[in-house]
Design a protein around this ligand. Structure first.
Ligand SMILES: *[C@@H]1O[C@H](CO)[C@@H](O)[C@H](O)[C@H]1NC(C)=O
Ligand SMILES: *[C@@H]1O[C@H](CO)[C@@H](O)[C@H](O)[C@H]1NC(C)=O
Ligand SMILES: *[C@@H]1O[C@H](CO)[C@@H](O)[C@H](O)[C@H]1NC(C)=O
Ligand SMILES: *[C@@H]1O[C@H](CO)[C@@H](O)[C@H](O)[C@H]1NC(C)=O
Ligand SMILES: *[C@@H]1O[C@H](CO)[C@@H](O)[C@H](O)[C@H]1NC(C)=O
Length: 787
């Protein structure tokens, strides 16, 4: 049925032999032991201490070095130890993996880190789902905490009482009083700091505006929480922009906040794993987390996000991650485990056009959140910056008071944030920033900044060059909010693209959702650009990033959980994916920002989130322990390890196939074969979840270029007696290729439901050439090696 996949052996061995480099200093390491085998948390903790004591002379030292004991939902601990001790622990039979706790990053696009400043924006209410409001669902949000006073976290009318089964807590801390902060909306708030402080030093809560409590000192967590579950607020806007009603995807869902990231946007893996351990035990129904690290990706059992989300999934808890902001180049997608959902970002149909008029005649259109009329001299960057390069290093120390500076991204090249800071230092009245249109999206700025494209920018530039004085009068008008713009959606250029670097047979990202210029709640004590130079205060702010798209999906997952409490995380993901659309509002294929070409599944996954359709998908691709066992085998786990990780039902067989096989056979809602060498058949199983009494589904197929796809059977029947059916997909390469991805789809339809799976195939029939070169030990040509 499946072809052997020698190329996966390399990956498997690599993960088995993964070793931390030797260092004599102590670091925070995570020691992962698999599923909790002891029912009693106290006994489990004692057991962890015993294990750790094995690498210390005295038990007191072991106690002192222990950071967290993970003992509720899975078993493991983190400790401050040196590499020798880590290696000793890794050699113990009961230990599955030992890895150094890394620092993950929030997935927002803008970075002011070079100035010691950092940013994050707001969310939006683009999912007006009427069917349910997320009742009876608890959303666990792993982020920078919460600003509980925001109207987004007031109780909605008719909120249900908190369920008795809820074990979460609202803990007190600096500027955080559980009695006033928590209510029927915000039902839990915890924070995790030990790992962060051991890795980055004490928090310095007094000198910075950080809080040793669940209170948000960054804005990111408040923003993502209000996007996912924010209560209805009648009027919201950012200084008049994006005015309208604000609400999260699931306004009546309960919110439980787990603060694992801090004001600087950094999050320690030791803390993240502690949050997973407690959140799963507390009883959340889903977890939303907008952080990660770009490749190199480590094997799944060396990553807190992947370990935590695995155990969450086993308890029926959906975990939704952001894909990262490393686009548009391929293969930089993050959070790629098949048991979690990975979300890319796209635009919505809203623009903020801003008119620029030169000398009372020539008119240009850009985008900004500009609130004022600006009358000034427009001056080229050369006057202020050497080489016309708009950054601080190139500043000629000339004051730009009364001037709007024209800057090009291509000179330098410079990022818009750099240009803004440089123009601000020069005291400019404003900035016109010219960039490729595919890279531009409007954002909140520290000085009035209007983004224009290269064509208009070039016209401005030549007009300016012809002026004898090197400047000209410019008038900039306040920006407007315009909706129903097209094309929309467009995939954000920054959204991380597939294929997954560690499991290319699982399509990632899974889905895309709005993540550009999203308006959502903001702590009024934090300026909208999160810089000291910005004196503004706002309760709503715009933010962009896959950080913002992730909670859109989380909100919809809360609605799905509320409507279908019995659906597994895999079934919910399937509903999201098979109903997603890949055509924009004009029925054209959704464009991919960054290239302005038609998007592929590596840009948007199965497509763009379609909340109403996801409520009633007709069929779902579910997954169970067997599916994950095959996946874990393929990823280098041994039979014994798998037994200790997967909660097995009696009768489940843990049998890894002799050879590593393709993960294309996982019952995933998308089909990816990253190395098709010869004809291959894979199997999928779908289950009826529609309310119709009988249904007949017909397959329609679009074959990827150069691959013949056949589906058998072509008709699936569901009745009271059989709610599950399998079908087989045969992929037959019809071309000679050394590795080029082509895209098609399989769609099942009963005339009412449309169940669509993207089919992604990389034909690799010309591998003989690669072996020939390999054997003659010549250096591999990049195009062959990369195939
Ligand atoms: C690591 O710590 C142990 C126990 O404190 C010590 O015996 C050992 O020498 C240390 N190893 C290194 C490389 O520093
Ligand atoms: C706190 O301040 C100390 C000394 O100023 C510094 O070394 C440390 O890195 C700071 N901690 C954080 C988390 O910023
Ligand atoms: C600009 O001024 C700073 C001090 O304000 C000085 O250190 C720097 O050398 C000056 N740069 C130029 C290009 O004059
Ligand atoms: C205009 O700019 C050019 C080059 O940037 C410079 O050589 C020239 O002196 C400037 N003219 C005036 C009037 O400033
Ligand atoms: C499909 O499943 C639903 C419940 O999930 C059931 O109500 C319906 O009758 C089933 N339809 C068929 C054709 O079996």
């Amino acid at each position: 049925m499946t072809s052997g996949y020698h190329s996966f052996l390399g990956l498997a061995f690599m993960s088995l032999c993964y070793i931390q480099l030797v260092s004599s200093t102590s670091d925070v390491y995570i020691v992962y032991l698999g599923l909790k085998d002891v029912q009693d948390p106290i006994l489990t903790s004692d057991y962890h201490l015993d294990l750790l004591s094995g690498v210390f002379q005295r038990k007191e030292d072991a106690t002192r070095s222990m950071v967290y004991s993970y003992k509720h939902s899975f078993s493991g601990f983190s400790a401050k130890i040196n590499s020798t001790q880590a290696a000793t622990l890794a050699g113990m039979e009961q230990v599955i993996s030992v890895f150094k706790s890394r620092t993950l990053r929030l997935h927002t696009t803008r970075s002011w880190d070079f100035m010691g400043l950092n940013l994050n924006p707001t969310a939006d209410n683009s999912n007006p789902l009427q069917l349910t409001h997320g009742d009876n669902t608890i959303v666990g949000l792993f982020d920078t905490g919460i600003w509980p006073e925001s109207k987004s976290f007031h109780e909605e009318p008719n909120m249900h009482p908190i369920p008795r089964t809820w074990k979460g807590k609202c803990v007190s801390g600096q500027n955080f009083n559980p009695k006033t902060a928590c209510n029927l909306k915000l039902v839990g708030a915890r924070y995790y700091l030990k790992g962060y402080e051991l890795e980055h030093g004490p928090l310095n809560a007094s000198e910075t505006s950080e809080y040793r409590s669940p209170r948000d000192a960054n804005g990111h967590g408040t923003h993502t929480a209000s996007t996912a579950v924010g209560s209805t607020v009648k009027t919201a806007s950012f200084f008049g922009f994006g005015q309208g009603m604000a609400r999260g995807g699931a306004p009546r869902a309960w919110l439980a906040v787990y603060k694992v990231c801090w004001g600087d946007g950094r999050c320690s893996e030791a803390d993240i794993l502690a949050a997973f351990d407690e959140a799963i035990n507390d009883g959340v129904n889903l977890i939303s987390a907008s952080f990660g690290l770009p490749p190199p990706l480590l094997p799944f059992y060396y990553s807190s996000n992947d370990i935590g989300s695995f155990h969450a999934m086993e308890k029926g808890i959906s975990v939704i991650f952001s894909a990262g902001n490393s686009g548009p180049n391929p293969s930089l997608v993050q959070n790629v485990a098949p048991w979690s959902t990975c979300v890319g970002a796209s635009s919505i149909d809203r623009n903020f056009p801003t008119r620029i008029v030169l000398d009372n005649c020539l008119s240009f259109l850009g985008e900004s959140f500009n609130t004022k009329h600006i009358d000034a001299n427009l001056v080229g960057a050369r006057r202020y910056f050497r080489g016309g390069i708009c950054n601080m290093d190139m500043w000629r120390n000339r004051s730009a008071v009364g001037a709007v500076i024209l800057c090009f991204s291509t000179q330098g090249p410079v990022a818009i944030e750099d240009a803004e800071v440089a123009a601000w230092i020069a005291n400019a009245a404003g900035l016109i920033f010219v960039d490729s249109p595919t890279r531009q999206y409007v954002d909140v700025d520290i000085i009035p900044t209007i983004r224009i494209d290269m064509i208009q920018g070039s016209k401005l530039y030549s007009y300016l060059s012809q002026s004898i004085t090197n400047h000209t009068k410019v008038r900039i008008f306040p920006s407007k909010t315009v909706i129903k713009q097209s094309p929309a959606p467009v995939v954000a250029d920054f959204s991380s693209r597939g294929p997954s670097a560690i499991s290319p047979d699982i399509l990632k990202p899974d889905i895309s959702a709005p993540g550009i210029s999203i308006l959502a709640a903001w702590p009024p004590g934090i300026s909208p650009t999160r810089t000291d130079v910005d004196q503004r205060s706002t309760e709503w702010n715009f933010q962009s990033g896959t950080s913002m798209s992730c909670p859109h999906v989380s909100g919809v997952v809360a609605l799905l959980k509320s409507a279908h409490p019995d659906w597994s995380p895999a079934a919910i993901k399937s509903a999201l994916m098979t109903t997603a659309y890949n055509k924009d509002k004009n029925y054209d294929t959704i464009l991919s920002g960054g290239t302005n070409e038609e998007s592929s599944p590596f840009d948007i996954g199965a497509g763009h989130l379609n909340p109403l359709k996801a409520m009633d998908p007709g069929l779902v691709y579910d997954m169970n322990a067997d599916d994950y066992i095959l996946f874990l085998c393929n990823n280098g786990y041994t039979k014994d390890q798998i037994k200790r990780i997967v909660s097995l039902h009696p009768g489940t067989n843990v049998n890894c196939p002799q050879e590593h096989t393709t993960n294309a056979n996982l019952n995933y809602p998308s089909i990816t074969v990253s190395n098709l060498q010869s004809t291959m058949t894979i199997k999928r199983t779908v289950r009826n979840v529609s309310y119709k009494k009988t249904s007949i589904y017909f397959a329609s197929i679009v074959s990827p270029h150069g691959v013949e796809v056949t589906v058998w059977p072509r008709i699936l029947f569901f009745s009271y007696f059989s709610d599950e059916s399998s079908y087989y997909v045969t992929l037959k390469p019809q071309k000679l290729s050394q590795g080029r991805y082509d895209y098609g789809e399989i769609v099942w339809s009963d005339g009412f439901h449309t169940v669509r799976s993207p089919v992604v195939v990389c034909v690799n029939t010309a591998t003989d050439l690669a072996f020939a070169i390999d054997e003659s030990s010549q250096p591999l040509d990049q195009s062959v090696a990369g195939a």
